[in-house]
Write a protein of this length. Structure first.
Length: 82
């Protein structure tokens, strides 16, 4: 598994491949799935955090069933971009 910036990731994706978006919190992980054009993301479910290994396995299973090509992890950003 590689860690890439979005600029590095997008050229490697094939047309129609979807991406899983993750919003990591201390108690939950919000999971969203992009459309095939990667213009929109739709919330899918929330994972109640337990142990890292279990959380990771749950996310991998979701990615496999949704045929996702990548995960994108959200970073906290204020409304002013800071």
């Amino acid at each position: 598994m590689a860690v890439l910036t979005l600029d590095e990731l997008f050229p490697q994706l094939m047309a129609g491949q979807v991406i899983v978006g993750l919003d990591l919190g201390t108690k939950t992980i919000g999971v969203a799935l992009s459309d095939g054009g990667r213009s929109f993301a739709v919330p899918k479910h929330v994972v109640a955090r337990t142990k890292f290994t279990q959380d990771a396995n749950d996310l991998i299973k979701f990615a496999e069933t949704s045929k996702a090509a990548a995960f994108v992890i959200g970073l906290p950003v204020n409304m002013d971009g800071s």
